[in-house]
Write a new protein. Structure first.
Length: 169
């Protein structure tokens, strides 16, 4: 059980470390949402010229500080840590993967997926549930990391993705 606690603490430390990147991601999302009327105007004016539309859209997003790559920053920053946990779990850091631990992790993954799916509409509601096969497939250490990271993400969503007020931009 001490290995599980170490992985949870490691995951929390990693997520705290990349929290500034997540903040930048949320801020860029809000700025992109504020640009929606201007983007609609661009689509109407430049709809016949896809190259000009893409260039103007990118320029508008850059001026507003809402570039499309900011959305990828937290995932890109976290990827090496997930790979490290996966590597350690398959070589040296063995967490006994008892059926009870896997069942608890799967139940947590389903509950977190349900919680996260409430924020989106349509077919996008299924995306949070895609983590469940990974939880069942990964070695126990990787599954603990993944479930802890998903829980942290749900907490971030609850705090940072509240409906924006005027001063949140």
């Amino acid at each position: 059980m001490s290995h599980v606690l170490l992985i949870v603490l490691f995951t929390v430390a990693v997520r705290l470390l990349i929290s500034p990147l997540t903040y930048l991601q949320v801020r860029a999302e809000r700025r992109r949402a504020a640009l929606a009327p201007q983007l609609a105007d661009l689509r109407e004016r430049l709809g016949d010229d896809p190259m000009a539309l893409a260039a103007e859209t990118l320029a508008l997003q850059r001026r507003a500080g809402a570039g499309p790559l900011r959305s990828l920053l937290p995932a890109l920053a976290q990827a090496p840590f997930l790979l490290l946990v996966f590597h350690l779990s398959t070589t040296g850091l063995a967490v006994p993967g008892s059926l009870a631990l896997i069942a608890v992790l799967a139940a947590l993954a389903v509950a977190l997926a349900w919680w996260n799916s409430r924020r989106v509409h349509g077919w996008l509601r299924a995306i949070p549930f895609l983590a469940l096969p990974a939880v069942l497939y990964l070695p126990a250490a990787g599954a603990v990391y993944l479930v802890t990271s998903i829980a942290w993400g749900a907490l971030e969503n609850a705090v940072w993705r509240r409906p924006a007020t005027v001063g949140d931009r």
